[in-house]
Design a protein around this ligand. Structure first.
Ligand SMILES: [Fe+2]
Ligand SMILES: [Fe+2]
Length: 375
């Protein structure tokens, strides 16, 4: 297809094109969905910015061979045209859907769309500001992919009569600054956990198609391969500078692993109807995803979290209860709500510290980093 004629985000070959298509559709986008995407709490997806000059100065020479192979794979663009409704896209009766499920599923779609778009915005900015060809190429491919992902989720939302206004989000949402090494840890993990989440649901629904209550899950396998590749890129960036995974940075790795896993646990447990419809126990799902992510992250991280430690699950559950208390207090408002929020936050902080105190498992990082998606 000619680049100029792409009418759908799935066929867009650059991030600019993908975003322009979504901009044209934005007239139909709903304020409510955008308001949800605008939220900035500890648990909602954020937008990030970083020291782009520092990132631009990265030298990938130590991982050149793997780097070139990965970039060639991204250039081949195996998923071009994939993220588009086709004959496999079953009709969804949004009106007839159980209201609780509908609410949680829409919340899931909005937060997934925001997370995809958060990657898109960060990667696009890096591509725009950089002059190092290795770096700008990588970020061009990754932002292209994330624009398609966000566009596809917005297609699904539009059928329910809502969509997230991505153009507005770019301008209005608050950006959190992270120095490049924290971007590496956080983004590497969110790409790899994204892969593990999508593939676990995909494999589960392969075995139990009766639980596939929406067609978007059929797209998850190719989808998660994009996320896997993105994660590979960050693994190579970290591998190129061994200081990033040594000394005090081992603590930061543990911190990010704990924060990313704990956030997933809390958020997923807030969507009981969604997981019941999928036929998935959120605790089983959480542990399964943590196990896969840990296994993958051994490619570059010198530690993994001890997710079989006797305090792990009980403390995650405590954290989840504390978050529910904060939520309820926020809704209640007034002086009582304020006290409740403070108490809940203190409990959440203590639970998080307890998770951090669980000794990590040491790991010997292999000489070669590259992995292929294996689940
Ligand atoms: Fe994505
Ligand atoms: Fe990604």
């Amino acid at each position: 297809m000619n680049v100029q004629t792409a009418r759908h985000t799935a066929d867009a070959t650059t991030v600019e094109e993908g975003l322009a298509i979504q901009e044209r559709q934005a007239v139909m986008d709903s304020e409510a969905a955008t308001a949800v995407a605008m939220q900035n709490t500890l648990l909602t997806p954020r937008f990030y910015t970083t020291d782009f000059d520092k990132l631009d100065a990265v030298d990938v020479t130590p991982v050149r061979k793997d780097w070139d192979e990965l970039l060639a794979e991204m250039e081949r663009d195996p998923n071009r045209g994939h993220f588009k409704k086709n004959a496999d896209w079953d009709h969804i009766d949004w009106e007839g859907m159980d209201p609780e499920l509908r609410k949680e599923f829409i919340d899931f779609l909005i937060s997934s769309c925001t997370a995809e778009f958060s990657g898109c915005v960060l990667y696009k900015e890096m591509k725009r500001r950089g002059s190092n060809k290795d770096i700008t190429q990588l970020f061009a491919y990754m932002s292209r992919d994330e624009a398609r992902h966000a566009g596809f989720i917005n297609d699904a939302l539009r059928e329910a009569g809502i969509a997230v206004n991505l153009g507005f989000l770019t301008k209005a949402k608050k950006y959190t600054y992270f120095q490049p090494k924290f971007i590496y840890y956080a983004t590497y993990l969110s790409e790899k956990i994204g892969y593990a989440r999508y593939i676990t649901i995909f494999r589960h629904l392969e075995k139990h198609p009766e639980h596939r209550f929406h067609p978007i899950f059929k797209w998850f396998r190719e989808w998660c391969n994009d996320e896997f590749r993105h994660g590979e890129a960050f693994a190579l960036l970290m591998k190129a500078d061994p200081r990033l995974t040594r000394g005090i940075n081992v603590f930061w790795i543990k911190f990010f692993l704990t924060a990313v896993f704990a956030t997933m646990w809390v958020r997923d447990h807030q969507r009981p109807a969604f997981h019941a419809a999928l036929g998935v126990d959120p605790s089983w799902y959480g542990q399964e995803v943590f196990r896969k992510t840990s296994e993958i992250s051994r490619q570059v991280f010198p530690i993994t979290l001890d997710i079989d430690h006797p305090a792990w699950i009980p403390t995650l559950n405590r954290l989840e209860r504390a978050n529910r208390r904060i939520d309820a207090a926020r809704k209640a408002g007034g002086p009582g709500g304020f006290v409740g929020r403070m108490l809940g936050s203190a409990q959440a902080a203590l639970a998080f510290l307890r998770l951090l105190a669980i000794p990590a498992v040491r790991n010997t990082v292999p000489a070669s980093t590259r992995l292929q998606p294996a689940y």
